[in-house]
Ligand binder design. Structure first.
Ligand code: GUN
Ligand code: FE
Length: 420
């Protein structure tokens, strides 16, 4: 048994709209898990060394539940396009490069280091249709001990020829990926149909069979734009809503089910997401950039849907989930202003909760610093001016709005100090 003690201002969100802050606290970590947060150390621990971070904040590491690893190479480019043009002009041509493993290695190595640099230790990640590159990313994430779901992307129709698989190959590739990445590790395989328009009904039904055989979850994009939702309706006329396509194929039974965007859900979509305990992922930067839609995050929250945050790189420009926290608040205000019916503003605490505990809920005990959680944590400093002291909550808010990786002075994963 190993016990470590860290001193600082511990801040986390155990509940939706509330930050818990403990200034001058000692956080006790036993074998990588938080044991307790104490103001004063009991006598039997008084002899142990303490890593003292002074006035710095100690917060949970972030969860990014929607990111395209391959699109790291195109982040911040083509941002004046809308979804379909952006896919055709930038994204699809870029993704073909991942047939070349040496290119993929460079991109994925850089991405993984960048995730760690910005404090993202838990993520749900799309790759591309390419097996070897996806396998490399899986092993890289596992080697660094990050908590992740990732899988090869499926697309067998309505895609450019150079990125379109046959249904059989797509299913074969996917089954191989599931088979060869089983076992209890921090990284788990997940089914990744790109989105309904690029997947045939036969493919989705085949994936449903694999979900059952390997008891695995699914990640995809759901009702992300008006054009996408309308196209999906045309392509899948027999379904009562978009979520039903996945539900009826048996894809939402083994969990987690991770749906990016969910900007234009019908009442039936919401019922299915609720019933299947699916998690929706709000990607504020990405939707402002290429979709021009805003998730009704407050309204969905009122319906008790869990909502996480995502960067959606490359539609989002960078790996900083903390910046998505501030963007989520900003966009909720715009939504509430321009569409006041049913849409309220998100509190800062809520957005931080989405980026930490809610997003962490698809993994094992990550995303908070309550007792029993893994000590996956960041130490933040340099957030206050000498002439104007801030409360712990204010420092955290300043970090999310204007801070960057230079404010992250230490990173702990499973209780161990790590570097990018
Ligand atoms: N819909 C289908 N593919 C994509 C993608 O790569 N990014 C986003 N944001 N939406 C998509
Ligand atoms: Fe996406």
């Amino acid at each position: 048994m190993s016990i470590s003690i860290y001193r600082g201002t511990v801040v986390y969100a155990a509940e939706r709209d509330k930050l818990a802050a403990f200034p001058g606290a000692n956080i006790l970590v036993e074998d990588g898990f938080v044991k307790n947060v104490l103001k004063n150390l009991p006598e039997e621990l008084a002899e142990l060394p303490v890593q003292d971070y002074g006035n710095a904040l100690i917060i949970p590491a972030f969860s990014d539940l929607h990111i395209h690893a391959s699109q790291y190479a195109q982040r911040g480019i083509g941002m004046d396009k809308l979804l379909f043009d952006w896919l055709m002009d930038y994204t699809f041509p870029q993704e073909t490069k991942f047939a070349d493993l040496s290119y993929a290695k460079m991109v994925y190595d850089t991405l993984v280091a960048d995730l760690i640099r910005h404090g993202t230790f838990h993520a749900s990640i799309f790759t591309t249709i390419h097996y070897e590159a996806s396998d490399y990313l899986f092993e890289k994430l596992a080697e660094r001990g990050l908590y992740a779901y990732t899988g090869v992307v499926n697309m067998d129709c309505n895609s450019p020829e150079y990125l379109c698989e046959t249904t059989e190959n797509s299913l074969r590739n996917t089954e191989r990926f599931l088979r060869e990445h089983q076992g209890a590790r921090t990284v788990q395989p997940i089914l990744t149909p790109r989105f309904a328009p690029t997947c045939s009904e036969t493919l989705i039904q085949g994936l449903g069979k694999l979900a059952k055989k390997y008891a695995c979850g699914v990640q995809t994009h759901l009702v992300e734009s008006i054009a996408e939702a309308a196209w999906t309706k045309d392509l899948f006329p027999g379904y009562r809503c978009e979520a039903a396509i996945y539900e009826q194929a048996g894809l939402l039974e083994y969990g987690p089910s991770v749906f990016a965007h969910v900007i234009f859900p019908t009442g039936e979509d919401i019922e299915i997401l609720k019933k299947t305990k699916s998690i929706s992922v709000h990607c504020p930067d990405a939707t402002a950039n290429i979709i021009a839609g805003i998730m009704p995050a407050d309204a969905l929250g009122k319906r008790e849907l869990p909502i996480a945050l995502g960067t959606d790189i490359g539609a989002g420009p960078g790996t900083a989930v903390y910046r998505q926290v501030s963007r989520a608040v900003q966009l909720s205000k715009l939504k509430a202003f321009f569409q006041p019916e049913g849409n309220g503003q998100l509190s800062f605490a809520r957005a931080f909760y989405m980026a930490t505990k809610e997003g962490g809920s698809i993994f094992d005990r990550v995303g908070s610093l309550e007792p029993g959680y893994r000590f996956n944590a960041l130490v933040l400093d340099g957030l206050e001016d000498d002439f104007s002291p801030l409360t712990p909550e204010e420092k955290l808010e300043r970090f999310c709005y204007g801070g960057d990786d230079r404010n992250i002075v230490a990173r702990y994963l499973d209780g161990k100090l790590i570097n990018p």
